[in-house]
Write a protein that binds this ligand. Structure first.
Ligand code: HAM
Length: 391
């Protein structure tokens, strides 16, 4: 019989034998973002639905099919956040964070929620790390944000990943490109999946992201955005490539990166690990120069990325990398006899008060079983107290 108290599909527990691994990668991320002068921002796990409809886009898969929506007791429509950028930009505007020097450099960590089909590296609740750099359109900022992602992945010890970059162009380039895509795909209309037929009118770029085999095959010969970039976008994209080369960050150009969220323009990038299978993006990000204004703020640009801790941990384990070490006590007390036991309880308390991690086995068990427990605890010292020691 099915156990009705089982964990919901697409979620997982992080049990004590694994929590230290998460703390390790989280601490590493905090260390790296601090090197780049980013500060932490914490936003709620749920927001008004409109926020994501407006920013991520109401005809994206994330908003249309994957969002956990619910009504609160006053009838307000809320959603568990499917990603972090919309909330960070909302908070930036609402708290007037841009009133001082720009850009403002922010980072965040936390669970995100998408009702997607669970598989390796894809969950319904997953844990993201991310950064947002708001207020500057300088191409060197694009290079900094990408360099930060690269530095972090390097710090984890991973070697099996590659950076892919693209430019989605500004609004003008996009309009020209969308027209070219529509023209191309119209020739294959009858062979497209129903979703893509729909996308062709509303958002032709989404067609390039379709996972259906037939659509992918047609997409492989579709026009490339890089042929539709205007002078400014092309020149910026070249500058970015030069900066990455000068920083010795290897990359590939992939004109198929369109990203699954609507707010992007200009630079788009992903860090890919091919060992991961279908869900191969460790980190994804890009520019969103219209988003701050769209959400009620000034007309200022932004860029950022987010990555999934689950995929990172899977990749690190696959490369045999250490993920930190679990915490253990320094001293484990082994007590022989009733009097020694009572004394040990007091002693333990004193050790802990003095800042020394310590433990013992409280149950009345044999010397052998206590020594076993001491060994298992990982403590480098055990303190054996018998009658003689008590005296
Ligand atoms: P995204 O590409 O949707 O972008 O997600 C970023 C990363 O989150 C992915 O590369 C992947 O590692 C992880 N991820 C996404 N969905 C799942 C899932 N269902 N299970 C496990 N991991 C997942 C964003 O979320 C943008 N907000 C990134 C960004 C920040 N762009 C600008 N600033």
């Amino acid at each position: 019989m099915e156990n009705r108290y089982r964990i919901p599909r697409g979620t997982y527990d992080i049990v004590p034998s694994d929590t230290y691994k998460w703390q390790y990668v989280e601490a590493l991320f905090r260390k790296v973002v601090t090197l780049y002068n980013y500060r932490e921002i914490v936003t709620p796990i749920f927001e008004r639905v409109e926020l994501f409809e407006r920013s991520v886009g109401d005809d994206t898969d994330i908003v249309e099919k994957e969002m956990y929506k619910f009504q609160d007791r006053k009838g307000r429509m809320l959603a568990l956040r499917p990603e972090g950028t919309a909330s960070v930009v909302r908070s930036f505007v609402e708290n007037n964070l841009g009133s001082g020097d720009l850009p403002v450099k922010l980072f965040y960590l936390g669970p995100m929620f998408r009702y997607d089909r669970p598989q390796k590296g894809r969950y319904r609740q997953f844990y993201q790390f991310g950064v947002e750099n708001i207020g500057s359109g300088e191409i060197s900022i694009d290079a900094e944000v990408i360099a930060l992602g690269y530095r972090f992945l390097k710090e984890t010890g991973l070697s099996n990943f590659i950076l892919q970059i693209n430019s989605l162009g500004c609004d003008k380039c996009s309009a020209d490109y969308d027209k070219a895509l529509q023209e191309y795909y119209r020739k294959y209309l009858s062979r497209l999946c129903p979703d893509c037929k729909n996308r062709l009118q509303k958002n032709p770029r989404r067609l390039l992201d379709c996972k259906v085999e037939n659509c992918r095959e047609i997409g492989s010969k579709a026009p490339s955005i890089l042929d539709y970039l205007d002078h400014e976008c092309r020149s910026e994209f070249l500058q970015l490539q030069q900066l990455l080369k000068d920083m010795k960050i290897p990359f590939e150009i992939n004109p198929r990166i369109v990203r699954g969220l609507d707010y992007y323009n200009k630079t788009a990038f992903e860090f890919i690990n091919n060992n991961l299978g279908a869900q191969n993006a460790l980190i994804g990000g890009g520019r969103y120069n219209g988003l701050v204004k769209e959400l009620g703020g000034n007309d200022i640009p932004g860029i950022g990325f987010a990555g999934g801790f689950e995929r990172l941990i899977i990749s690190m384990a696959a490369e045999g990398l250490t993920l930190g070490t679990p915490a253990f006590p320094i001293i484990f007390i082994v007590a022989l006899g009733e009097l020694a036991r009572n004394k040990s309880v007091i002693l333990l308390n004193e050790l802990r008060s003095a800042g020394i991690a310590a433990d013992m086995k409280y149950d009345r068990t044999s010397l052998r079983s206590q020594m076993k427990a001491a060994d298992k605890s990982g403590a480098p010292y055990s303190l054996i107290i018998g009658e003689d020691e008590l005296q």
